[in-house]
Design a protein around this ligand. Structure first.
Ligand code: GLU
Length: 490
């Protein structure tokens, strides 16, 4: 039975790297009919952020990741928070001490720093010298004095520890390079490389799938596992996610947390789909997939070793595709919070679903979508600068808008084809090409130079609002008033 886990530390929001790791674990579990465990790694009290666990759980759930066991759903291998598993770590530490596989180290931070200084001066790599390895006689006395100590693992000085990584192949580490690392802090708090091994074994984890930044921890965890006589799981390290310039991904490349993507107006389905392509590709080259579909095809052998490059443009493009293909009512539901935030009063225009159908072809995010539908509910208060210069600056502009308004007054039924004919008539009457009517009309009614087809838009807007807005802008132009300009978007 395949058992995998996603093990976040609740130190902030759900970052896309973590979300991708969770997703790949879930896909692997789906593919093999296994189980996904959510484990909260909260031993480092100082780094914890209040509310982080809840935020992470919400972020994961929004992406469609479903775990079988975890702090919120329980399970047979709990508890699932490290802070509640102290007993297990204490027992394992006692076992290692008793068997001489770990030892107490009383070195102070100052002493260790002096040691590293000396090594650097001698041109040697700084590492723990092992000077508390054989303190035997001293230990009782120093403990009686309540001198604080840490526990260190007694790492074999020879040989190597070899990771058989399911993605990266064989990766060897010289044991001599891994000094006797600390497994518990003074007071007995377990460190990550210790606790994780005990948890993975006790939770019967078969495969550890996680980010490449943990590859260097793996030999340490294998050594801990061996010292405790535990079965070591299989390992698979996912490639890093880098920015297009191959630098570390940061805020300036776009959002980095799942929460921020939601605020930007990225649909969770689109984000999940995009994330599952960050390092994995489907054998048939298919890019658009639900998680369930990806779960049928997922294979660690198709996870790349080279870094995955994050591309915000592609994410937005994918999101645009989702906006276009999901049922309009589902998009409307997702858009509703943005509609509210934009102060749009839905009673002043068509249903939200109808508005979505009208503008979704041209929108990449829910924000854009809502911005593009705003004119249906409220007359534009600002106008695109370039559009004003290009289409409304000529003295004849107001005359054309008025001519159009009076012709539109007679249009019945008010639909695409009749509107189109009316524009033809006006153009003929004024002796100009039709586009010279269309562009100023679009600017007057929406404040923008681009958008869905004008006749569809006017059909949705209705005669009263259309005619009123054409005349209103004509008035403003005649009075030579400056049209209020919208802040440049592009
Ligand atoms: N708590 C670790 C992290 O958030 C998990 C590492 C692991 O998967 O072993 O990076």
């Amino acid at each position: 039975m395949v058992r995998v886990r996603y093990a976040p530390s609740p130190t902030g929001t759900l970052h896309i790297g973590g979300a991708r790791t969770a997703l790949f674990n879930y896909l692997f579990a789906l593919r093999h009919g296994g189980r996904l465990v959510l484990r909260v790694e909260d031993t480092d009290q100082a780094r914890q952020v209040e509310g982080s666990e809840t935020a992470m759980i919400r972020g994961l759930a929004s992406l469609g990741v479903v775990w079988d066991e975890g702090p919120d759903v329980g399970g047979a291998y709990g508890p699932y928070r490290q802070s509640e598993r102290g007993e297990h770590y204490r027992r394992a530490a006692a076992q290692l001490l008793e068997q001489g596989r770990a030892y107490r180290c009383f070195c102070t931070a100052g002493e260790l720093e002096d040691e590293r200084q000396r090594q650097r001066q001698q041109g040697r790599p700084p590492r723990y010298s092992g000077r508390c390895r054989e303190l035997d006689a001293d230990v009782a006395a120093r403990r009686a004095e309540h001198e604080p100590y840490v526990l260190r693992l007694r790492v074999p000085q020879q040989g190597s520890t070899v990771v058989q990584d399911l993605i990266r192949g064989t990766v060897g580490f010289e044991n001599a390079q891994l000094d006797d690392f600390v497994i518990t802090k003074p007071g007995g708090t377990p460190l990550y490389n210790f606790a994780v091994v005990i948890d993975d074994a006790q939770m019967a984890i078969t495969h550890v799938i996680r980010g490449e930044e943990h590859l260097s921890n793996t030999p340490k965890q294998m050594l801990v596992g061996q010292a405790l006589g535990l079965e070591v799981p299989a390992f698979a390290h996912l490639p890093m996610i880098l920015a297009p310039d191959r630098s570390k991904l940061s805020k300036r490349h776009g959002a980095t947390s799942v929460e921020e993507y939601r605020e930007q107006g990225i649909l969770p389905q689109a984000l999940a789909n995009y994330l599952l392509l960050l390092g994995w590709s489907s054998p048939d080259g298919q890019e658009f997939m639900t998680i369930a579909e990806a779960g049928q095809r997922f294979d660690l052998a198709r996870v790349q070793r080279t870094a995955a490059i994050y591309d915000q443009k592609k994410l937005e493009w994918m999101n645009g595709q989702y906006l276009r293909t999901l049922p309009a009512a589902a998009v409307a539901g997702a858009a509703l919070p943005f509609v509210r935030a934009a102060g749009i009063d839905l009673s002043q225009g068509p249903t939200l679903t109808a508005a979505v159908e009208l503008v979704r072809e041209r929108s990449r995010t829910l924000r854009e979508l809502v911005d593009n539908m705003r004119f249906l509910y409220q007359a534009p208060t600002t106008f695109d600068r370039k559009g004003v210069q290009k289409y409304l600056a000529e003295p004849v502009a107001s005359e054309r808008l008025r001519a159009l308004a009076s012709t539109l007054f007679t249009v019945a039924p008010w639909d695409h084809d009749h509107l189109s004919q009316a524009f033809d008539q006006v153009a003929e009457h004024l002796g100009v090409k039709r586009v010279l009517i269309i562009h100023p009309a679009r600017m007057a009614v929406t404040g923008k130079t681009v958008g869905p087809g004008l006749f569809e838009m006017l059909a949705a807007l209705g005669p009263e609002k259309t005619i009123r807005q054409l005349n209103r802008v004509a008035d403003l132009l005649d009075r030579a008033e400056e049209l209020p300009l919208s802040p440049a978007l592009d």
